[in-house]
Design a protein around this ligand. Sequence first.
Ligand code: PLP
Length: 610
Amino acid sequence: MPLLARVVANFAGATNELVLSVDAGFDPALAAQLGFPAVVDRSPGNGPLGGMLSAFAEMHARYVFAVAGDAPLVEADFARRLAAARQAGDEAVVPRYLEREVWRIEPLAALYDRIAFLREGVAAFAQEEYALHRVVARLRTRYVSFGSGAPEFTNVNTPEDYERLRESERAPATEKRARPTRERSFAAFERAQRVIPGGVNSTVRAFKGVGGTPVFMASGSGCRIADIDGNEYIDFVMSWGPLILGHAHPAVVDAVRRAAERGTSFGTPTEAESELAELVVAMVPSAEKVRFCSSGTEATTFALRLARGYSGREKIVKFAGCYHGGTDALLVSAGSSALTIGKPDSAGVTRGTVADTIVVPFNDLDAVRAAFEAHPGEIAALIVEPYAGNMGLVLPRPGFLAGLREVTRASGALLIFDEVMTGFRVAAGGVQEREGILPDVTTLGKIIGGGLPVGAVAGPAEIMDRFTPEGDVFQAGTLSGNPLAMAAGIATLRALGEPGVYPRLDAAGARFTEGLDDLFTRHEVPHQTNHRGSMAGFFFASEPVVDLTSAKKSDTAFYAQFFHAMLDRGVYLAPSQFEAGFLSLAHDDAAIDATIDAAEDALADLFATA
Ligand SMILES: Cc1ncc(COP(=O)(O)O)c(C=O)c1O
């Protein structure tokens, strides 16, 4: 991420209600008289960095009062602090006025090498003014000038004018919305960054796709979550999919509590494992046997090993934009040609590890056929997210999945459906049930653990029995089949077996997607929407999205603005344009309608300030 965006992200929690922005000639007595909590100095004497930091402080203020004048600028105390800060090597201004901190340089200093920050920061500011303005627009900063005749400024020439302005801002609660404060999340993130790389334990949580500071959650119930500052959100992430029943569903909580009381882990077989396996076999059409592990990543890792062991072949075909967890062999980006032999997507993944991984574009059957023709008898498996949910939601074209089935069968390769996301979500039996196409091997995760860590590989007995100890494909895990996780999974799958569940989930997904579709159309926002069951997605893109290349044409900057505007209105969307959204049985019509209303308000506001 460019430095400016990182800096902006870091400032996102540092909000001030009012900032007085002063130019050369500012009379501090006036600020005192008006009772400003914060003052920023953007006089030329403050240097380019000071100017940049002033801009950040202004950006995160709700109102900025700009002052120009000719009187001597800096009060003595301010000057002393500035000199001391600079002497201490701080390079940046940390003024305090009326005991309120304006700059938060310390979090920056903790995060970034200060010198690099200064060097890059100034350049970044100059280069990315456009981005800066967009962020300003998003934050709805309003400029008010003292004594300026400029028409875009509200004129405030006297303390009385100022009082009147504040009064008018306070007045209609329905028109003015206070931005929720997330001070505690901001502090929690600073704390986390000191001991956890990037402050998070899974990359997407860091808000890199939208900027700003991640929100730290405290609790969840149904379709709502609450952060540690006490703000509430309607949740469309739902722990990235597992919580199809809603947060803290009583049946799941109860099952986990009862299991914990009996003992959290034994390292021996338990009956719960067979019970969950029986549920999976009953629900997933191609499953005769199931092997549990603790995550989707483990599931895909073991599935590849199984396919290679079973077929005696080494190459794997995957699709650009499909994500199968952090397993090395699948961390490969798409090349520009259809038959690119993968280049590692992450440092630490060796070329050797991915040398047998072939990447082709999603929805491109010709490319798939060409890959198989180029490597006859060498391809062990083709792995696909049958509804791709990790580049946003991208659905297969009619005939695409059937084509994959045909090509793999003809070549003797296994077809692996990675249903970690779609399993039990788009139908009780996942995409394979919905589309009527059976893979050889299925990987499962997320919902199968009901919010606790479970992954699974499932398939016909003939293939599955190649796993050790019966067969020769190694698999093991200290906490595989963990009793608490099994209990949560059993409670969840049982609840999903109740009549009428999937039609309800489908209806919720449709209401959400159609609501957004209608709204974006009315506001003339270029967009594409998709949903299958309670998995939903939208792209700010003008062309249909069919693969990674078309997904990448989306307006991610606008998504970031929309995301933050929704967050401020109590709706928690995925913090990236390239993720699917998830609804649950707890998302009732009222919650979905409130979300669409919030989106309407957000759009109106974004366009008003753009
Ligand atoms: C399709 C798919 N496969 C595999 C994984 C990896 O699962 P986990 O994060 O549990 O390791 C994910 C995670 O989002 C996924 O969406």
